[in-house]
Write a protein that binds this ligand. Structure first.
Ligand code: TMP
Length: 220
């Protein structure tokens, strides 16, 4: 398990779901999985940080509010430790088996949260990324975008101010993260497809199906 498949073209398709907290991406990912499965496609659903028991243990440390403020580079190292193991153990084997991998967050989240949000330099992120993943990117990324106020409204009072360590961050942080995601989409519009998530769940689901269906050659 020491090599990543960066030099081998995957047979499956690696699709990631991104967005700020409250964007609805996880609900949409579940809907995508149900839809693709009903079309007879082998789907692997997974998430970051996490995706294996070991990586979920890293996630537990990463998100535990008891640790309070943690240095951005330490966060970077934690998410990439999880990411490398997750790629080796789950993502690459699934792609090699021809599955469509639907992953809730990946390196774009690191660029948005640790980069744009925390201010960790892009050069430093790329350096660790090269070591951990050989600069691996998904085949397709669905970015569910909506204004902060709407995301907050959806998360509701129960989640606001939150249960995980990053939920405690302020509005300015969340605004930088959203802008970070939008900058990534602007830089790579072919891979990162922005989907307007302000509409109803039904409308967003149908927009998502269009993009995903086109990538997989399916009728929406
Ligand atoms: P989730 O709420 O989508 O499960 O993600 C957990 C939190 O972890 C979320 O606030 C975003 C954050 N995160 C990072 O800060 N960097 C990363 O690389 C990833 C994958 C997530």
């Amino acid at each position: 398990m020491s090599n990543l498949r960066s030099d081998v073209s995957p047979r499956g398709l690696f699709v990631t779901f991104e967005g700020i907290d409250g964007s609805g991406k996880s609900t949409l990912l579940r809907r995508a999985a149900l839809w693709l499965t009903s079309c007879g496609i082998a789907v692997r659903v997974t998430h970051e940080p996490g995706g294996t028991p070991f990586c979920d243990a890293i996630r537990g440390i990463f998100l535990d509010p008891q640790w309070g403020e943690v240095d951005g580079t330490v966060e970077l190292l934690l998410v990439f430790a999880s990411r490398r193991q997750h790629l080796l153990e789950v993502i690459d084997p699934a792609l090699a088996a021809g599955e469509v991998v639907l992953c809730d967050r990946f390196t774009d989240s690191t660029l948005a949260y640790q980069g744009a949000g925390r201010g960790v330099a892009r050069e430093r992120i790329d350096q660790i990324d090269r070591i951990a993943t050989a600069g691996r990117r998904p085949d397709l990324t669905l970015l569910f975008d909506l204004p902060l106020g709407e995301a907050e409204r959806r998360m509701g009072a129960a989640e606001r101010g939150g249960h995980d360590r990053l939920d405690g961050e302020n509005r300015a942080f969340a605004a930088r993260v959203r802008d970070g995601f939008l900058a990534l989409a602007a830089a790579e519009p072919e891979r990162v497809r922005t989907i307007d998530a302000t509409e109803s769940l039904a409308a967003t689901t149908s927009a998502m199906k269009k993009v995903l269906g086109a990538a997989l050659g399916l009728a929406p």
